[in-house]
Design a protein. Sequence first.
Length: 367
Amino acid sequence: MPDRERPPRLQPPPRVSVGKTGEGSPASTANIDQAKPGHRLRLIIVLSILVAGLVGVFMVLPRWQAQRQNHAATVVSVPQSDQSISTPEREPGNPTLEPTAATPEPTLPPAPTATPRRARIVQLPEPTRAPSKPEREFAQAMSEGLEALELGNWQTARSALGRASALRPEAPEVADAVARLEAGQRREVLGNAIRRALEFEEAEAWRDAEKTYSEVLAVDPESAPALEGRQRTAIRVDLDQKLQYHIQYPDRMSSPQVLEDASAVLEEARGVTPSGPRLAAQINNLERLIEIASKPIPVVLESDNMTEVVVYRYGKLGSFSRREMKLRPGTYTAVGSRSGYRDVRVRFQVSPENSSKAVVIRCSEPL
């Protein structure tokens, strides 16, 4: 068999033998002195590292942590809906814009947010200046005018407002005061007119009252007192006119139709309340006249037996020499006609005072 190759023989490194010398030999002292500089350098480096670590732990680290807390306290909180982080678009050929996973920062307790104070705006008063003479005169005139308006002294108010208008014609306060003046005067005039109309009603001067109410309505068509007053007085004016007509012309009541109308007016007057002195007197007078007109009075007519006689509102009597008849009081007309003679017309009054006087009707003048 061929001889196997022998493995190399391992031997320990040769030991350097040091000669046995004494402790204070020059060779030993030289070796120690050569080793001291490297040992000192290493010791200084180690001590420096330890000191730097202690400084970092006890000084730098607390300051760094305080700075992070202050930075977190000043961060503005963002609403939940707006906390989406937009990833910047990657530009072509720029690999540095690749999105990277964000390292979560340590959660810190929210710092109390201080409520911002609103700035208090202090408006300084504008520097005052003394009013000019026209301004003082205008203010004085307006003061006098408004005071006179409150007192209802229209003449003084109009004079003062006239001075104010001369100083400042376009001033709106002057126009407003003048409008108030005119409205006040109009109210006073209308009020006085209403009072006069009521006084006319008290005196039963119905025509004057109605006229006054109409004048008020010409100025203020919506015046309720004037509308009611005119309607009320118009009724009394009509009644007063009818009463006065029958009282003034009682002879017309000889006609049955007129007498009937007078009786109806009397009933209407009796139904009016309250009744003033004038109305009461009218009622009494008409009652008396109606009673007289309702009683026929004997009347004697005389003729020549040849004249045909007709009495208006009574009838045809024919020819006669004497005729006695009864007629109600009033004015009558008798007409006589005869062939070959001129007609005659006689107007006579029938009343209790002249009932005994005969009425002669005859045609005596030939044609």
